[in-house]
Design a protein around this ligand. Sequence first.
Ligand SMILES: CC(C)(COP(=O)(O)OP(=O)(O)OC[C@H]1O[C@@H](n2cnc3c(N)ncnc32)[C@H](O)[C@@H]1OP(=O)(O)O)[C@@H](O)C(=O)NCCC(=O)NCCS
Length: 166
Amino acid sequence: MHDDILTARPVRDSQSEMAELVLPNDANPLGALLGGRLMHWIDLAGAMAAHRHSRSYAVTASVDHIDFLVPVRVGDLVILRSSVNRVFHTSMEVGVKVFVENYIADTSQHVASAHLTFVAVDAKGNRVKVAPVIPETEEQRRRYDDAGRRREIRRTELERRRKAKA
Ligand SMILES: CC(C)(COP(=O)(O)OP(=O)(O)OC[C@H]1O[C@@H](n2cnc3c(N)ncnc32)[C@H](O)[C@@H]1OP(=O)(O)O)[C@@H](O)C(=O)NCCC(=O)NCCS
């Protein structure tokens, strides 16, 4: 643990993993996992990484598009891996990658990936600054660079929507 909350921390400190066994209540009548349930788990897994990195409360500001690549069935084990890709000022982009494991067939498949932006807030809901994140591996550096490009796209889109509303 570091003493100062704003001391830069490596990506690995935020890495989180969450596992969910798909039960009938998570599925549609055909036994396939509901997309909304998976989105809920993605939000939770993303929040874990955001909390671990920022050591503060965090609210979800946005979720980039999610592709559901393969169906998930009742009885499957869903594994969600998350980490902070990049920190800006009060916001941070978190990546969540989802896998489905079938423990009978001993298979693992990539189900979905998502990028979420969380904003750090204090107990009163005021935005707070977040410590920088240090990418250490080649993949983490690629995600860091990509997160910068995605932020520009998000800002342009947000600006466009705000202007359209005005
Ligand atoms: C997210 C929220 C805190 C942003 O507040 P805001 O006053 O609009 O803030 P600003 O426009 O000044 O931006 C503040 C930061 O949020 C980021 N941000 C704001 N809207 C964003 C969006 N739609 N997507 C990504 N980032 C966003 C900005 O880039 C900025 O980041 P930075 O400090 O790292 O540069 C505010 O909109 C909010 O509280 N939303 C509700 C969040 C919530 O309840 N989520 C749960 C889902 S119901």
